[in-house]
Design a protein around this ligand. Structure first.
Ligand code: AMP
Length: 116
Protein backbone atom coordinates (compact mmCIF):
# COMPACT_ATOMS: atom_id res chain seq x y z
CA UNK A 1 0.00 0.00 0.00
CA UNK A 2 1.35 3.41 -0.99
CA UNK A 3 1.73 5.84 1.93
CA UNK A 4 0.61 9.31 0.78
CA UNK A 5 2.46 10.87 3.73
CA UNK A 6 5.95 9.76 2.65
CA UNK A 7 8.54 12.50 2.12
CA UNK A 8 8.81 12.08 -1.64
CA UNK A 9 5.03 12.23 -2.05
CA UNK A 10 5.18 15.56 -0.19
CA UNK A 11 7.99 16.75 -2.48
CA UNK A 12 5.92 15.81 -5.54
CA UNK A 13 2.96 17.77 -4.12
CA UNK A 14 5.32 20.75 -3.54
CA UNK A 15 4.69 20.56 0.20
CA UNK A 16 8.44 20.29 0.92
CA UNK A 17 11.39 22.10 -0.67
CA UNK A 18 13.89 20.19 -2.78
CA UNK A 19 17.11 20.94 -4.63
CA UNK A 20 16.16 20.15 -8.21
CA UNK A 21 18.65 18.65 -10.65
CA UNK A 22 16.27 17.82 -13.51
CA UNK A 23 12.64 17.08 -14.15
CA UNK A 24 10.39 16.19 -17.02
CA UNK A 25 6.78 15.13 -17.43
CA UNK A 26 7.26 11.78 -15.69
CA UNK A 27 10.32 12.00 -13.44
CA UNK A 28 12.01 14.24 -10.87
CA UNK A 29 15.66 14.29 -9.81
CA UNK A 30 17.01 16.18 -6.79
CA UNK A 31 20.04 16.22 -4.52
CA UNK A 32 19.96 13.95 -1.50
CA UNK A 33 19.62 15.94 1.73
CA UNK A 34 22.29 13.76 3.39
CA UNK A 35 24.79 13.04 0.60
CA UNK A 36 26.84 9.84 0.86
CA UNK A 37 29.14 10.77 -2.03
CA UNK A 38 30.37 13.95 -3.73
CA UNK A 39 27.43 13.61 -6.11
CA UNK A 40 24.32 12.01 -4.63
CA UNK A 41 21.17 12.50 -6.66
CA UNK A 42 17.80 10.82 -6.12
CA UNK A 43 15.47 10.01 -9.00
CA UNK A 44 11.76 9.35 -8.62
CA UNK A 45 8.92 8.74 -11.04
CA UNK A 46 5.86 10.96 -10.56
CA UNK A 47 3.60 8.01 -9.84
CA UNK A 48 2.58 6.30 -6.61
CA UNK A 49 4.86 3.25 -6.59
CA UNK A 50 6.42 1.85 -3.46
CA UNK A 51 9.53 0.18 -4.79
CA UNK A 52 11.26 -1.21 -7.89
CA UNK A 53 9.04 -4.25 -8.22
CA UNK A 54 5.82 -2.26 -7.75
CA UNK A 55 7.05 0.13 -10.46
CA UNK A 56 8.07 -2.55 -12.96
CA UNK A 57 5.02 -4.76 -12.40
CA UNK A 58 2.38 -2.02 -12.46
CA UNK A 59 3.57 0.75 -14.79
CA UNK A 60 3.30 0.69 -18.59
CA UNK A 61 6.39 -0.09 -20.63
CA UNK A 62 6.31 3.51 -21.89
CA UNK A 63 6.51 4.86 -18.34
CA UNK A 64 9.24 2.44 -17.33
CA UNK A 65 11.30 3.37 -20.38
CA UNK A 66 10.64 7.08 -19.80
CA UNK A 67 11.97 6.88 -16.24
CA UNK A 68 15.16 5.00 -17.09
CA UNK A 69 15.84 7.21 -20.14
CA UNK A 70 15.57 10.18 -17.78
CA UNK A 71 18.07 8.53 -15.44
CA UNK A 72 20.44 8.29 -18.40
CA UNK A 73 19.83 11.97 -19.28
CA UNK A 74 20.74 12.93 -15.73
CA UNK A 75 23.98 10.92 -15.98
CA UNK A 76 24.81 13.08 -19.01
CA UNK A 77 23.83 16.25 -17.16
CA UNK A 78 26.04 15.32 -14.22
CA UNK A 79 28.93 14.46 -16.58
CA UNK A 80 29.72 11.28 -14.67
CA UNK A 81 29.85 8.74 -17.47
CA UNK A 82 33.57 9.08 -18.15
CA UNK A 83 34.69 8.39 -14.58
CA UNK A 84 31.76 6.21 -13.58
CA UNK A 85 28.91 6.09 -11.11
CA UNK A 86 26.78 3.73 -9.01
CA UNK A 87 23.00 3.37 -9.19
CA UNK A 88 21.21 1.82 -6.21
CA UNK A 89 17.61 1.15 -5.32
CA UNK A 90 16.54 -0.10 -1.90
CA UNK A 91 13.41 -2.06 -1.07
CA UNK A 92 11.78 -2.80 2.27
CA UNK A 93 13.20 -3.56 5.68
CA UNK A 94 16.05 -5.79 4.58
CA UNK A 95 17.00 -3.42 1.75
CA UNK A 96 17.15 -0.49 4.19
CA UNK A 97 14.49 1.54 2.38
CA UNK A 98 13.56 4.63 4.42
CA UNK A 99 11.20 6.36 2.02
CA UNK A 100 8.44 4.14 0.57
CA UNK A 101 8.25 5.82 -2.85
CA UNK A 102 10.29 4.07 -5.56
CA UNK A 103 13.59 5.89 -6.09
CA UNK A 104 17.08 5.36 -7.37
CA UNK A 105 20.26 6.80 -5.91
CA UNK A 106 22.96 8.04 -8.30
CA UNK A 107 26.34 8.17 -6.56
CA UNK A 108 29.41 9.60 -8.24
CA UNK A 109 32.07 12.28 -8.15
CA UNK A 110 34.82 10.25 -6.49
CA UNK A 111 35.44 6.55 -6.02
CA UNK A 112 32.14 5.44 -4.49
CA UNK A 113 32.69 3.52 -1.26
CA UNK A 114 29.23 3.84 0.19
CA UNK A 115 26.54 1.23 0.02
CA UNK A 116 23.42 3.20 0.85
P1 AMP B 1 16.32 5.07 1.05
O1 AMP B 1 17.04 4.67 2.31
O2 AMP B 1 16.79 4.29 -0.15
O3 AMP B 1 14.82 5.06 1.22
O4 AMP B 1 16.78 6.54 0.74
C1 AMP B 1 16.07 7.68 1.16
C2 AMP B 1 16.98 8.85 0.93
O5 AMP B 1 16.21 10.03 0.97
C3 AMP B 1 18.11 9.01 1.95
O6 AMP B 1 19.36 8.98 1.29
C4 AMP B 1 17.83 10.39 2.58
O7 AMP B 1 19.00 11.11 2.89
C5 AMP B 1 17.00 11.05 1.50
N1 AMP B 1 16.10 12.11 1.95
C6 AMP B 1 15.24 12.09 2.99
N2 AMP B 1 14.53 13.23 3.06
C7 AMP B 1 14.95 14.00 2.01
C8 AMP B 1 14.60 15.30 1.54
N3 AMP B 1 13.66 16.05 2.15
N4 AMP B 1 15.23 15.78 0.45
C9 AMP B 1 16.19 15.05 -0.17
N5 AMP B 1 16.56 13.80 0.23
C10 AMP B 1 15.95 13.30 1.31
Amino acid sequence: MYDEKNIFAKILRNELPFDEVYQDEFSLFFNDINPQAKIHVLGIPKVKRVDFSDFIKNESNDNIISFFKSVDNVLDLLKVKKDGYRIITNSGKNGGQEVPHFHIHILAGDKVNTVI
